[in-house]
Structures are given as structure tokens and as C-alpha cells.
Write a protein that binds this ligand. Structure first.
Ligand SMILES: [Ca+2]
Ligand SMILES: [Ca+2]
Ligand SMILES: [Ca+2]
Length: 419
């Protein structure tokens, strides 16, 4: 009886002791932080964080905190199975740290390093005796040549991880897609014919481009990634008129292109902007002034066989998909070619100088507009009378201030991405 009582008291004491020290004896949770996309991307880039690898071996995770490492407020929650999105706004190397806490109050941390590159403008320049792709920061610094040639570069919307270009093989032009991180290049070679002016569908799943393989210039599409048995599809039938310079909207499947066809025949002044809205049975005329509107340049002659009144300059959407910058030689501009801004909903156009203030348009030729990621600047090309070359410039749409981005020789075809 006494022994039993003693044993009972000992057991009771042990139980109380274990209970009190429960936190001491339980196992800590394990924090596991994963993220995508992992390749370095240009700012702004939205990263999706996956916390679901975190677990607690003998209890449950009851709270987590995710510090993004960029000075913004950390995210908190209780459920590790729900992904967390965060947008990094600027170039930098950021350490994101996840801390998880279990039901016993024990904690663990896991950190990952996120690399975000500066936004850049890509362009083509022939300073090394071939048309080659260059890129430069938006302040004109860190200009660098990429190892491959090409014209009409286009960055994939949103992710800005792939750059589509048109490459010359000695006979005709072909499409290529370069990985922005390692510059590895994939070719889409269609011999005899030329493929130029690639543009990315808003979700990156296909490209539209201009090609002469139908006997005249029309807009074609190809799925991306393209397989070995690549199928290209003719989209427009503007014959006997031509179609060039396709530009997909960054926000939906609408496609703008340029054609010599007007509403009932030849375009007023030579060419006009057309739009093929997503899901529509046919394209429709969008805008037609008394001049060439859209695919013109000062006769650079880079691509053989372009129509006499057609050129390489492509229309450029604003990142929000409400406006289109385009080149026109209409007589009410500031002289030569000018850049104009079209409001898509009202189909009304405004000279870029009136749109942003300042004097991005001058008596020289301005063409090849590209709306940069932030939405508040447009890159473009101007003929420079002091050096007798074409140079890439950037106009700040808030101030009208113009900055020269390219440093030398003929530099055309600026492109960038869009958030
Ligand atoms: Ca080809
Ligand atoms: Ca026109
Ligand atoms: Ca001008």
C-alpha cells in the first residue's frame, strides 16, 4: 500500500514535471522558404514565395513572418500552404527571411537571396559592322553589347526573361529568342523568307511577327516555346495591301499592326493603324491620319524587300494597355517624322510634345517609340545632326526631360518590357 502510494506520487510528480517542461522536450519546427522565378529578372518583378515545405515534427506551425529584405513591412500569417507574392521595385540583392513558430513557441528561420536587375532598354546598333543587340540602363549608364546580332528586339511582357529578336543569316531574316540571364539563343529558321518585328502575346505563350512568305508582308504567329515541328500561322490577309509592325497589348490579346489598307482601300496618306481585338473575327481600322501612321523609318534599308512606304518602326503600347505610341509623318507635327500618342478608347492622337511637355519631337526624324516598364518614360530614336547618326533617347513623361541613352553609331529599335 505504501509502495503503491509512493509509486503513484512519483508518477504524478513526473507527469507534472514533464508537463511543465513540455516546451523543453518538444522538437522545433523547420522553416523552408522557396521562391519563383529564380532567374535574375529586371525590376519591377513579382516573386511568389512558397512556405509549404515548412513543418513541425511533433506539433503544428501556428504563425509565420516573412521579411522580404527590401525595407517593406513583413508579411505574417498562420497557414504555410498559401503562397505569398511580393513585388521588388528596384535593382538589388535582397535576403528574404521566413520565421515560423510552432504551438510550443519554438521557432526556426530560413533565408533566400533574391537578385533583381535594373530595368534596361534594349536596342540594335551597327557600330561593329553588323546590327547587334545592346542594352543600357534608363539613366544611360552601363551600356553593353550582347554577343548576338539582330534587330527589332522585344522583351517578354511581365517576366522580361526572354528577348525576341530578328537575326540575319546572310540571306534573309529569322526569329530568335534569347534568355536574358545567360543570353542563350534559340533560332526559328524559315529559309527564303524573312521574319521581323516579333512581339510577345501578353502571357508569353506566342509571338506575332511580320513575314513576306505569303508573297507580300503579312502578320504571322508562332507558339512559344516552339517545338521541332514548328508551325507558323498566317494571321492577317490584307493583300493586295501590306501589313507590318505587329504589337500585342501587354494586358490582353489585342494586336495592333500597321497596314497600307484603309477602311475601304488604300490608307489615307500611305499607312494606318489596325487592331485585331482578342476573339474578333477580323481586324478593324483603328487610326488613319493624312500621313503614314506606324511602320515607317527614314529609309534605313536594313531589311530588303520592305514595301516602299513601310519601315521598321513599330507601334508601342503603354504598360496599362490604354495608349499606343506610334511614328507618323503627318504634316502637323514638328518636322520630319514625329512620335504621336493614340488614346485607344477614343481613337484620338496627340503629338508627344503636347502629351508630356518638353521637346522630344524636333525638326529631325523621331521614330521607333517604346514605352518603358514604369509607364512614365518612352524610349525613341532621333537622327542626330551633329554626329549624322541615329541615337536612342529617353523622354520622361512627367517632366518632358530628354536623355540620350546610346553612345555611338546608328542605334535603333529600342525595346523594353512592361510590368
Ligand atoms: Ca527566314
Ligand atoms: Ca494614314
Ligand atoms: Ca520630328
Amino acid at each position: 500500500m505504501t509502495r503503491k502510494l509512493l509509486a503513484g506520487m512519483l508518477l504524478l510528480g513526473l507527469a507534472i514535471g514533464l508537463s511543465a517542461c513540455r516546451g523543453f522536450f518538444t522538437q522545433a519546427p523547420v522553416a523552408v522558404l522557396d521562391w519563383s522565378p529564380k532567374d535574375a529578372h529586371e525590376a519591377p518583378i513579382t516573386i511568389t514565395f512558397d512556405l509549404s515545405g515548412s513543418q513541425d515534427p511533433d506539433g503544428e506551425i501556428v504563425a509565420w513572418t516573412l521579411d522580404f529584405g527590401d525595407g517593406s513591412a513583413p508579411a505574417t500569417g498562420t497557414d504555410v500552404t498559401v503562397p505569398v507574392e511580393h513585388t521588388y521595385q528596384a535593382e538589388g540583392t535582397y535576403t528574404a527571411t521566413l520565421e515560423v513558430e510552432d504551438n510550443a513557441g519554438k521557432k526556426d528561420q530560413d533565408s533566400v537571396v533574391i537578385t533583381v536587375m535594373a530595368p534596361r532598354v534594349y536596342f540594335s546598333s551597327n557600330r561593329n559592322s553588323l546590327w547587334q543587340i545592346f542594352r543600357v540602363k534608363l539613366d544611360g549608364t552601363e551600356e553593353e553589347g550582347l554577343w548576338f546580332g539582330g534587330i527589332t528586339p522585344a522583351l517578354r511582357w511581365n517576366t522580361r526573361d526572354k528577348l525576341a529578336v530578328s537575326l540575319f543569316d546572310g540571306t534573309d531574316w529569322n526569329l530568335g529568342v534569347a534568355d536574358v540571364s545567360d543570353l542563350a539563343l534559340e533560332h526559328l529558321d524559315i529559309q527564303t523568307y524573312s521574319e521581323i518585328q516579333p512581339t510577345w502575346y501578353y502571357n508569353g505563350s506566342k509571338l506575332a511577327f511580320a513575314s513576306d512568305q505569303a508573297g507580300n508582308w503579312e502578320i504571322w504567329t508562332v507558339d512559344y516555346p516552339w517545338g521541332i515541328a514548328t508551325a507558323v500561322t498566317q494571321l492577317t490577309v490584307q493583300t493586295p495591301d501590306w501589313a507590318l509592325a505587329p504589337a500585342y497589348s501587354p494586358v490582353n490579346g489585342d494586336l495592333v499592326f500597321v497596314s497600307s489598307k484603309g477602311s475601304g482601300g488604300p490608307a489615307n496618306g500611305g499607312s494606318a493603324l489596325w487592331i485585331w481585338r482578342e476573339g474578333a473575327a477580323a481586324p478593324q481600322l483603328l487610326y488613319d491620319s493624312g500621313g503614314h501612321d506606324g511602320a515607317i523609318d527614314p529609309g534605313l534599308g536594313i531589311v530588303a524587300g520592305l514595301p516602299a512606304d513601310g519601315g521598321l518602326s513599330t507601334p508601342a503600347w503603354s504598360p496599362d494597355g490604354t495608349k499606343i505610341a506610334f511614328t507618323s509623318d503627318r504634316v502637323d507635327g514638328h518636322g520630319g517624322l514625329d512620335i504621336w500618342i493614340l488614346d485607344v478608347a477614343t481613337a484620338t492622337a496627340q503629338n508627344l510634345n503636347a502629351f508630356c511637355g518638353g521637346s522630344p519631337n524636333t525638326g529631325e526624324d523621331e521614330f521607333d517609340p517604346w514605352w518603358v516598364e514604369t509607364g512614365d518614360a518612352i524610349a525613341f530614336v532621333r537622327y542626330d545632326t551633329s554626329t549624322l547618326t541615329y541615337q536612342v533617347y529617353l523622354v520622361d513623361l512627367n517632366t518632358g526631360t530628354v536623355t540620350q541613352l546610346s553612345s555611338a553609331a546608328d542605334s535603333i529599335g529600342p525595346a523594353s518590357g512592361s510590368p
